[in-house]
Write a protein that binds this ligand. Structure first.
Ligand code: MSP
Length: 473
């Protein structure tokens, strides 16, 4: 038998001082869906998520709360973990960058980079955005400030720092990306964006901070701490080094992230790995952003949507369905509570939910020998390969749900006698379709998938309660 294929998938590790919102939820849900999909294909999966806990931003939040940074982190770290557990996200490990095992791997890796001659002392003079925890370059600026965070988060910075020879790796990276046959930066638009920025010239980067105490000390210079991004990116590798039996899981098969952190993941991270002599990740998938009713989501606008708000209204599976069917792939996706309500009602309550109730009621007492589905449809696989989740969902609805509704409306089995051949045939066909739907949708809605299977696998009983209760207005 073939050796089981491994599949290692990651989400960004989220800044601990944030409150989990629909943006974080989006990336975490697709990671969960990919993990479930690969598990069902028989792969050996490692799904990693976690929190980014060092740096100036977290130190400032801790100070505001009057707490030592570590105490503050320990107090609020469970917030993200709980959000994902509450959403039935099947992560295998939750990494925190304040974990001493992670810190050790970071120091070892940085030491390797240093020993390789890729670190030197220099002076950093420029702008820094505390919101992004990022040294800003000319091309990052809009009106002289970071466009993502409030203007006061952009600060002047003059420091003696340790620098990483990023520029040394640029020719190698260009070659790698140009000759890449596997589309390791996906989608294509992002690959071209990275290439053209690389060709436009790249400076070395500062990888330590003199005035930020909350971080991992630089191994050979304890007066400085390691720059939070250098520390954070290593989480993807470090977890494989200390989580039981995961050593062989490096390199990651798939890093998932939002578009604002593309450069860190496709250039800086790759150069760090090249310098340390480690394998590069196999694929980096970059998605766009959710907008809320036409506006950027922000604390100051007060328009953040939390995962808890969604599960209260739509249940766990309903929430995941809505996230996936409005997924911001190549373009930003505009969402809002009202539109989610409409979509839930149309697709789940009125369409799928209603079909299940109807078929179960009409087939009460019958049992069909349709086989349990265990293999994904080829076309569905193709949608997944392109990260086209909306396409995959539409495919399920078109192929199995809408056709079942159409057949039922054509044959009108409720008008036929119980043992009429046509009636039995059409119901059997619907049950077959629903079991296919259950299997394919289970990567997004695992409990719903199981529930549909339970209803239709043996002797069928009418439902006591609908699968997707209507939302009260
Ligand atoms: N801590 C860094 C990541 C370090 S990874 C080594 C960070 N954290 S974050 O808390 O700001 O999370 C950023 C990620 O959250 C984005 O890359 C994306 O995955 C997700 N999103 C944040 N806002 C989003 C939207 N409005 N829409 C969709 N996803 C977004 O950056």
């Amino acid at each position: 038998m073939d050796k089981q294929k491994k599949f290692y998938v990651t989400t960004p590790i989220y800044y601990i001082n944030d409150v989990p919102h629909i943006g974080h939820t989006c990336t975490t849900v697709i990671a969960d869906v990919m993990a479930r999909y690969r598990r069902l294909k028989g792969d050996s999966v490692f799904f990693l998520t976690g929190t980014d806990e060092h740096g100036q931003k977290v130190a400032e939040s801790a100070e505001k709360d009057g707490l030592e940074p570590q105490v503050y982190c320990d107090k609020i770290a469970p917030r993200f973990k709980k959000a994902w557990v509450d959403l039935n996200i099947g992560f295998d490990f939750f990494i925190r960058t304040t974990d001493s095992r992670h810190k050790k791997v970071v120091c070892d890796l940085l030491q390797k980079v240093y020993d390789n001659g890729d670190v030197y002392r220099g002076k950093y003079e420029g702008l820094y955005c505390v919101g992004c925890e990022k040294f800003l370059t000319e091309s990052d600026l809009v009106d002289g400030k970071c466009p993502i965070h409030p203007p006061e988060r952009t600060i002047e910075q003059v420091e003696e720092n340790w620098f990483f020879k990023l520029s040394k790796y640029v020719p190698q990276l260009i070659k790698l990306i140009e000759n890449d046959k596997t589309n390791y930066i996906f989608p294509e638009g992002k690959r071209t964006e990275v290439l053209s920025k690389l060709k436009g010239g790249v400076n070395d980067i500062s990888i330590s901070r003199a005035n930020v105490k909350w971080g991992i000390p630089v191994p050979w210079d304890k007066t400085q701490t390691i720059y939070v991004w250098f520390d954070a990116l290593i989480n993807y590798y470090s977890a494989t080094q200390f989580v039981d039996k995961k050593k062989d899981f490096w390199p990651a098969d798939l890093h998932l992230l939002g578009k604002e952190i593309l450069w860190f993941h496709t250039v800086i991270w790759q150069a760090m790995l090249l310098s340390a002599g480690l394998f590069l990740p196999k694929k980096v998938y970059i998605h766009s952003f959710y907008m809320i009713d036409g506006q950027k989501m922000s604390k100051s606008l007060g328009n953040m949507i939390s995962p808890g708000q969604l599960t209260d209204l739509f249940g766990i599976d309903g929430t995941k369905y809505l996230i996936m069917s409005s997924f911001p792939g190549e373009n930003d996706s505009d969402v809002g509570i009202e539109r989610f309500k409409e979509k839930y009602t149309a697709d789940l309550a009125n369409n799928l939910g209603n079909l299940i109730s109807r078929v179960a009621k009409l087939s009460e007492g019958l049992s069909f020998k349709t086989e349990k589905v265990g293999v994904f449809d080829k076309k569905f696989d193709e949608f997944f390969e392109k990260f086209d989740f909306c396409g995959a969902i539409k495919y399920i609805f078109d192929k199995w749900i809408d056709t079942s509704n159409a057949e039922l409306n054509k044959i009108q089995p409720w008008k036929l006698k119980k043992d009429d051949k046509k009636r039995v045939e059409v119901l059997e066909k619907c049950v077959k379709n629903l079991r296919k739907t259950a299997f394919h949708l289970s990567v997004i809605m695992p409990s719903t998938g199981e529930r549909i299977e339970e209803i239709f696998e043996g002797e069928i009983k009418a439902l006591k309660n609908p699968l997707f209760p209507r939302i009260k207005k």
